[in-house]
Design a binder for this molecule. Structure first.
Ligand code: URA
Length: 229
């Protein structure tokens, strides 16, 4: 929300008061004088005016989890256990998922209470790399790397996937880097070769790699560097 609008929510101040307080240098955002009422103030910024607390400033939360196979990427579900069930309830209630994984997939799962950050991590236009280990039912077709690099056409969305990079690890196992995160994207890409995906494990998203010290279901807060994505 704009800072001037936040100030106007105070029961004693109208817009003129808000602008005067800003001009007088009485408004502190995270402890620093802020005179520009047009700036966007997130829910994580502490705002004070003349010693009066206007907004406390929530703690921003950024979590990585090692999602196990069989757990649903959802906030709640009447049937299946979800990633939120693996966290303390008080923490889970504040978080949302930044980039889903299918129930049968495992690996890096990001959770946060910062909507701007999760949009940045998952926006297909920003083309952040996401790396997966993919195990297939049949041997990998020799044309796979070339066709994935050219992009695979998805008629339902009428889009062609961004060029993906494939590193062959053995006859049935590849490391695949994709640059968007469309619904069942990798399964559908291999579907073009009629080669079912039988194992899918996410290793990284942008600059964030799954910490190999995390056991399945384990989680930890991201470091400052990881948060930069
Ligand atoms: N692509 C898929 O098909 N499934 C996932 O979980 C992630 C990417």
């Amino acid at each position: 929300m704009r800072l001037d609008r936040l100030l106007c929510q105070h029961p004693m101040w109208n817009r003129r008061h808000a602008l005067t307080l800003l001009a007088q240098g009485k408004v502190l955002a995270d402890g620093k004088v802020e005179r520009d009422g047009s700036i966007d103030i997130s829910q994580f910024v502490r705002v004070e005016v003349d010693g009066e607390l206007i907004q406390e400033g929530q703690k921003a939360l950024y979590i990585m989890m090692h999602k196990p196979v069989g757990i649903l990427s959802a906030t709640s579900d009447p049937v299946h256990k979800t990633v939120m069930d693996l966290l303390p309830a008080e923490l889970a209630s504040q978080l949302h998922i930044a980039g889903r994984l299918d129930r049968a997939s495992s690996g890096l799962m990001l959770l946060t209470n910062d909507g701007q950050w999760s949009r940045r991590m998952t926006d297909p236009d920003l083309k952040k790399p996401k790396t997966y280990l993919v195990t297939t039912d049949n041997p990998i077709d020799p044309d796979t790397a070339r066709l994935f690099a050219e992009g695979i056409y998805f008629p339902y969305e009428d889009i062609t996937t961004s060029p993906a990079e494939l590193e062959q690890l053995n006859s049935h196992l590849v490391r695949l880097t994709i640059y968007e995160g469309r619904y069942h994207q990798i399964k559908r890409m291999f579907g073009r070769f009629r080669n079912p995906v039988v194992g899918l494990h996410r290793e990284s998203m942008g600059g964030i790699r799954l910490d190999d010290r995390l056991v399945e279901g384990g989680y930890r807060e991201l470091s400052e560097i990881e948060i930069r994505g």
